[in-house]
Design a binder for this molecule. Structure first.
Ligand SMILES: [Zn+2]
Length: 113
C-alpha cells in the first residue's frame, strides 16, 4: 500500500481510506479524498481491522467475540473463517463458520490470516 497521505493533523502514517474519506485512527481526523482517481469510487475496497485489503476467498480470524443475531451462539475471538465473500452492506463479509453456519461479519472485526 502506498499513496495514502499522512494525517494533516497529527502526521500519523496509519491513515486509511473509508469510502471517499481518509481517516486517521490516531486522532480520528477525517478529510476528503479530493483528487483521488474517479475509478476508485466504483471499486469497493474492504479492509480488515488493521488495514489489510480483503478479497473473496481470503481467510480471516475474528478479533472479538461476536453474538450471532437471532441465536444464543457466539463466535469466539480467534475463530478462523475460511473462504470469505465480500458483499455490500453494513456487514460486508459473507461467510460460513464451523458450528455456526452461514453468517455475515463486519470487516472491522476480523483480521486477515
Ligand atoms: Zn491524525
Amino acid at each position: 500500500m502506498s499513496g495514502l497521505p499522512n494525517c494533516p493533523e497529527c502526521n500519523s502514517e496509519y491513515t486509511y481510506e473509508d469510502q471517499s474519506m481518509y481517516v486517521c485512527p490516531e486522532c480520528a481526523h477525517e478529510w476528503s479524498t479530493t483528487g483521488a482517481d474517479e475509478a476508485q469510487e466504483d471499486e469497493r475496497v474492504i479492509k480488515d481491522s488493521v488495514g489489510n485489503l480483503l478479497q473473496d476467498g481470503d481467510s480471516v480470524t475474528v478479533i472479538k467475540d461476536l453474538k450471532v443475531k437471532g441465536s444464543s451462539l457466539v463466535v469466539k475471538v480467534g475463530t478462523k473463517v475460511k473462504n470469505i465473500r465480500l458483499v455490500d452492506g453494513d456487514h460486508d463479509i459473507d461467510c460460513k463458520i464451523d458450528g455456526v453456519g452461514a453468517m455475515k461479519l463486519k470487516s472491522e472485526f476480523v483480521r486477515k490470516v
